[in-house]
Design a protein around this ligand. Structure first.
Ligand code: ATP
Ligand code: MG
Length: 357
C-alpha cells in the first residue's frame, strides 16, 4: 500500500511527525510512504502551492494524509498561488466527492461541548457530506431585472449518479459500524417537502438501500435534523446529506463535541484501491500560524485522521480501532493539549498515544 504524506504549512509538519511515528509503530506489511510538498512550503520550493509532482504522487497513492495549508506570508499572492489552492486543487483533480466528518464525545471532555454534558455524552455521529455538487456548483448569476431591481440566482441540481455514489459511501460506512456493533443506522437528510433535488435524493437513497439490508435507513428534513442534533444527538449514527445542508450540519456537529484539535475528516473519491476507497485525510483545523513551531499543537486530530485512513482506504480496521482507543485513553488519563485547557505539548501527546497503542 502506497501512502502520500503532505505536511504543508504552520503546525502541519509538527503534527504530521507525530502521526508518522504512530504509522511507523504499526509496522504495516508492504507499506510505501512518500512525502510531497503542498501549500506555502511548496510555493517557496517550486513556485506553486500544488506542484505537478505532488499531484502525480497523489494520483499514484492509495491514500493521502494531509496536514494543513495556510501561511500569512502568502496572503498577498495572486489567488491561484495561495496555499489554500493546494487542498482545493487536490479535491477537484482527484474528484474527492465525499466528505466524512466523525464527531465523537470523548469521556471527560463533556465540558468542552456547546451542549449540556449529559446530552453531549451521547454524541457519536459520522456526517457524510456530498462535496462536488448542489447549489454551490450550479449556474449562478447576479443580474438586473427589467424594472432595474438586482436579482441573485443560484441553480441547485443533483443528477442521480451523483446521489448514488455518495449514498454508497454512507451505506458502506453504516454497514462497517453495524459489523463492528457500534451502529448501523443511516439517516438521510433532505428537504423533500419543497425541493425537487431532495425528492430525487430521497428516491435514489431508497433504491440504494436495497443493497445494504443490514443498515436501518431513515429520512429527516434538514430543519428538523438541525434541531434534533442539539436536542437528542444520541439518536444519530451515520448521517448522509447534500453539499449545502452538510456544510451547515457538519460544523454544527463539530461544535457539539468541542475542541478543534481532536476532529479528523476524510474526502473520498470513487476509485476503489486494492484495500478500500481512495481518499484524502486531514484534521478539520487549519495551519494555526499563531502556535506554529512552538511545539504546542495538539496532534490528535492528525493522528485520528491517520486512523480514518487505515479504516476507509487501507482495510486496516483493527489498527484504526487501536489508534482511536489509544487517543481516548490518553485523553481519559488527562493528557490534554492547550486547545483543551491542558499543557501537554505536541511531542508529549505523541509519546502518550504511542505508549497506549
Ligand atoms: P487557517 O487559515 O490555516 O485555517 P486559522 O487561524 O484560520 O488557520 P486554525 O488554524 O484552525 O484557523 O486555528 C484556529 C485557532 O485554533 C488558532 O488559535 C489555533 O492556534 C487553534 N488551533 C488549531 N489547531 C490546533 C491544534 N491542533 N492544537 C491546538 N490549537 C489549535
Ligand atoms: Mg481557518
Amino acid at each position: 500500500m502506497k501512502i502520500a504524506l503532505f505536511a504543508g504549512d504552520g503546525i502541519g509538519p509538527e503534527i504530521m511527525e507525530q502521526a508518522r511515528r504512530v504509522l511507523d509503530a504499526l509496522n504495516l506489511p508492504g507499506i510505501v510512504v512518500w512525502e510531497g510538498d503542498v501549500g506555502g512550503a511548496a510555493y517557496r520550493r517550486h513556485g506553486h502551492p500544488l506542484p505537478e509532482e505532488t499531484l502525480q504522487m497523489a494520483r499514484a497513492a492509495d491514500a493521502i494524509l494531509f496536514g494543513a495549508v495556510g501561511d500569512p506570508e502568502c496572503d498577498n499572492l495572486e489567488r491561484h498561488l495561495r496555499p489554500e489552492q493546494a487542498i482545493l486543487g487536490l479535491r477537484s483533480n482527484l474528484d474527492l466527492f465525499a466528505n466524512l466528518r466523525p464527531a465523537t464525545m470523548y469521556p471527560g471532555l463533556e465540558d468542552m461541548s456547546a451542549l449540556r454534558p449529559e446530552i453531549a455524552r451521547q454524541i457519536d455521529v459520522l456526517i457524510v457530506r456530498e462535496l462536488n455538487g448542489d447549489v454551490y456548483f450550479g449556474e449562478k448569476a447576479m443580474r438586473k431585472l427589467e424594472d432595474g431591481r438586482r436579482q441573485g440566482y443560484d441553480f441547485m441540481s443533483y443528477a442521480e449518479d451523483e446521489v448514488r455514489r455518495i449514498a454508497h459511501v454512507a451505506f458502506r460506512a453504516a454497514q462497517g459500524r453495524a459489523e463492528k456493533g457500534t451502529g448501523g443506522k443511516l439517516c438521510s437528510v433532505d428537504k423533500a417537502n419543497v425541493l425537487e433535488t431532495s425528492q430525487l435524493w430521497r428516491d435514489v437513497v431508497i433504491e440504494t438501500a436495497a443493497e445494504y439490508p443490514e443498515v436501518e435507513l431513515s429520512h429527516m428534513y434538514v430543519d428538523n435534523a438541525a434541531m434534533q442534533l442539539v436536542k437528542d444527538p444520541g439518536q444519530f449514527d451515520v448521517v448522509v446529506t447534500g453539499n449545502l445542508f452538510g456544510d451547515i450540519l457538519s460544523d454544527q456537529a463539530s461544535m457539539c463535541v468541542g475542541s478543534i484539535g481532536l476532529l479528523a475528516s476524510a474526502a473520498l473519491g470513487e476509485r476503489q484501491t486494492e484495500f478500500g476507497t481512495f481518499g484524502l485525510y486531514e484534521p478539520i483545523h487549519g495551519s494555526a500560524p499563531d502556535i506554529a513551531g512552538k511545539g504546542l499543537a495538539n496532534p490528535m486530530a492528525m493522528i485520528l485522521s491517520l486512523a480514518m485512513m487505515l479504516r476507509h482506504s487501507l482495510g486496516r480496521e483493527a489498527d484504526a480501532d487501536r489508534i482511536e482507543a489509544a487517543v481516548a485513553k490518553a485523553l481519559q488519563d488527562g493528557v490534554l493539549g492547550g486547545d483543551l485547557g491542558g499543557d501537554a505539548g505536541t511531542v508529549e501527546i505523541g509519546d502518550a498515544v504511542l505508549a497506549r497503542l
